[in-house]
Write a protein that binds this ligand. Structure first.
Ligand SMILES: [Fe+2]
Ligand SMILES: [Fe+2]
Length: 235
């Protein structure tokens, strides 16, 4: 299966025609199109509507997770409904199988990596914050445990490893993802992990057990090739 992937479109209606032109070939180049979050800039239905106009015209199956920006206006349920109505498979701690390939996806959360992972100790506010990261890891766990396919793809918005956020300021590393997600991925096994969010990160990395992880933030893809608005993977 050829999987085209991108993230962080941060769609504004002003980008409509440009994006439409750049995406037209995705149907010829891939069997599915993965969107790894931050589809909109402020999480408003008024942003999602014109984006959906672009996406439905591509006539390619689309699998997506939401990103933090899609939560900005607290309209994430509305956005999900709008996308689902147009046939987009929105993964939110859920799994989806298509042509023998399993997709497990969730937004993920922040919290840091490795020995730097924030733990639930001290103030209630810290515990609530840490809990949100643990909950996302549990949602991924649930999604992955539903997959019965041999080939498995994980879709996240936040990064599960530090390698694909290299290039960002060290000061913000803990806010770009958490290795709690990678622990789940390594436990269940996967062929490919896709994420976004770290606009100035690094394209390629691996989990501790060697599972390939790719940051498909559109800014990174365009830095390598200005006309590349998605990257195609084979699984
Ligand atoms: Fe983003
Ligand atoms: Fe983001």
């Amino acid at each position: 299966m050829r999987i085209a992937a991108t993230a962080d479109l941060h769609f504004t209606p002003a980008r409509f025609s440009q994006l439409h032109d750049q995406l037209t070939r995705v149907r010829d180049e891939a069997d599915v199109f993965v969107l790894a979050g931050d589809l909109t800039n402020f999480g408003k239905p008024e942003e999602m509507e014109p984006l959906l106009n672009v996406l439905v015209r591509l006539r390619v199956p689309i699998i997506a997770v939401l990103g933090n920006h899609d939560f900005e206006s607290d309209r994430q349920a509305d956005l999900t409904r709008m996308m689902s109505q147009e046939g987009i498979k929105v993964l939110d701690g859920s799994a989806y199988e298509r042509d023998g390939v399993g997709f497990a996806g969730t937004k993920g959360f922040v919290g840091g990596f490795g020995r730097g992972v924030l733990t639930a100790l001290g103030e209630q506010e810290i515990k609530t914050f840490v809990r949100a990261g643990i909950d996302e890891a549990l949602r991924l766990e649930r999604a992955m445990s539903q997959l019965r396919t041999q080939k498995r793809v994980v879709v996240l918005h936040y990064s599960p490893i530090a390698a694909t956020i290299q290039g960002e300021s060290l000061d913000i590393f803990p806010f770009l993802g958490t290795s709690r997600l990678a622990e789940v991925i390594d436990r269940h096994g996967a062929d490919l992990v896709l994420h976004g969010h770290a606009h100035n990160g690094t394209c390629d990395g691996k989990t501790a057990t060697g599972i390939p992880v790719h940051n498909v933030a559109i800014t990174l893809l365009q830095r390598q090739n200005p006309s590349a608005v998605y990257r195609v993977f084979d699984v």
